[in-house]
Design a protein around this ligand. Structure first.
Ligand SMILES: N[C@@H](CCC(=O)N[C@@H](CS)C(=O)NCC(=O)O)C(=O)O
Length: 215
């Protein structure tokens, strides 16, 4: 492509610009070498076609897809020879376990307990919701302890061969937490987790999808 030319997007992502799940799709596109464009769409706007009022909604290959697990697997399978998924069933089960942990436990806990209160305060100008944060901190601390223990016992998701969809889901979820004062202070005490985040941060797909708010 000539310098300065814009690639025609092969993937259209409708989502909020600073969003964990929009970034998960962006990272997957970067890994697959697919050109993509993000159309800023608020989760609860009338323009959003998600039946449950979530983002992202994605158009690719004439399909309209929702749910990041389905979208990332489709992109990796259809456009990346499945390179983000390990070969054997046992390794795939391990990867799927970590994706499910990220989606079902870590994201809701971090998002509601710490990330959103700080966004509402920093971006929305609302008073910091200290009650919500104080209630969530013990659980967040336990979750970080669990991740660190898993990494030290058998490597957790990093025991999988190379960078997988488990990393793709876990990175934005944990990075969002790390960008809050309490989350950053918690993660820095978890040597292995902190090191894994640092390693991911050097990866081109992660660099290319940095949030504007990242230092
Ligand atoms: N299960 C959905 C979750 C997506 C999700 O929770 N997105 C967040 C933004 S990162 C959202 O739409 N939040 C708005 C809300 O829950 O009201 C997926 O995998 O795509």
């Amino acid at each position: 492509m000539p310098a300065g030319a814009e690639a025609v997007p092969q993937v259209r992502i409708f989502g909020t610009v600073i969003s964990t799940y929009t970034r998960i799709i962006q990272i997957t596109c970067e890994e697959a070498g697919l050109a993509y464009a993000v159309t800023a769409t608020a989760a609860h706007s009338t323009a959003n076609r998600h039946p449950f009022g979530k983002v992202p909604v994605v158009e690719v290959d004439g399909l309209e897809l929702i749910e990041s697990v389905a979208i990332t697997h489709y992109i990796d399978n259809a456009h990346n020879t499945g390179a983000l998924q390990p070969a054997g069933p046992a390794a795939r089960a391990l990867m799927d376990k970590w994706i499910a942990i990220a989606n079902n436990y870590l994201f809701p806990l971090f998002e509601h307990g710490l990330v959103m209160p700080w966004i509402m305060h920093r971006v929305g100008g609302f008073p910091l919701d200290r009650d919500t944060i104080d209630r969530a901190l013990p659980q967040i601390s336990r979750a970080l302890g669990f991740l660190e223990a898993e990494l030290s016992i058998d490597g957790g998701w990093t025991a999988l061969d190379g960078f997988t969809l488990a990393d793709v889901f876990l990175y934005p979820v944990l990075r969002g937490l790390e960008l809050t004062p309490q989350g950053g202070a918690g993660i820095v005490q978890c040597d292995r987790l902190h090191a894994w985040l640092g390693t991911c941060r050097a990866r081109p797909s992660i660099i290319a999808t940095r949030w504007e708010s990242e230092p």
